[in-house]
Design a protein around this ligand. Sequence first.
Ligand SMILES: CC(C)(COP(=O)(O)OP(=O)(O)OC[C@H]1O[C@@H](n2cnc3c(N)ncnc32)[C@H](O)[C@@H]1OP(=O)(O)O)[C@@H](O)C(=O)NCCC(=O)NCCS
Length: 214
Amino acid sequence: MLVSAEHDPRRTGTIWALNLDEPSALITPRMPVTFGRCGSESAALLSEVMGCITPEAIIQRFEAGRQCYIAWAGNDLAAYAWVSFDEEFVSEFNLRIRLLPGEAYIWDCLTFPGFREHRLYSGLLAYVASQLREQELCRVWICTDGENVPSQRGIARAGFSHVADLIVSRVLAMRFVYVQGQPEIPDSLISETRRVFLDNRDNVWLSALSGVHG
Ligand SMILES: CC(C)(COP(=O)(O)OP(=O)(O)OC[C@H]1O[C@@H](n2cnc3c(N)ncnc32)[C@H](O)[C@@H]1OP(=O)(O)O)[C@@H](O)C(=O)NCCC(=O)NCCS
């Protein structure tokens, strides 16, 4: 089905993947930093620095099997990134993604303003990839807004490939969502992208207010 341009505005996400049988990018942050993984013992700290999320909600993330990776600059928490397995709700696009065993999805990443442009984000993503490889995962996904140039550059530097775009068109009270593969990416990987982001469908219609159903 075609959706005419008159139904815009459109929102575009960029979808990236990294096969973990490929070596990680080597990234040297431009400031002294220590990467690591934290757990529910850090819920209060994470709640304080992330804002708008309670320690209880952070603990729920950990109890649901999500992992949190952080960058320490001295005593300061400078950057963080969350990783999900199984499934995750992508709030920016109102989509629920579904993963197979062996796959992971990186989301809710941030470098605090005073620490930006020191390659902490790209370094943390590369670190997360190395840790997921040790956990014997095989592929990691990440998605970012089409207008978020710093995020896209950091993801690319960390070794991810831009596999597809997620196109979201508003049509009256509905949203029409589809995946548009990058030309050089094999069809098999584009199909995997549709499996993860659109539950194996070519496209989905969503209420403007809700996520993917079914
Ligand atoms: C996106 C974000 C995480 C980048 O963090 P960072 O630690 O500054 O990223 P890096 O230092 O690794 O920089 C990544 C790349 O983007 C570039 N970059 C960073 N900030 C930039 C800016 N404001 N304008 C243009 N390019 C920028 C860097 O030069 C680098 O490119 P290079 O490696 O080719 O030199 C950070 O800006 C942020 O937290 N933004 C708000 C939350 C967000 O967008 N999260 C990501 C959603 S998935």
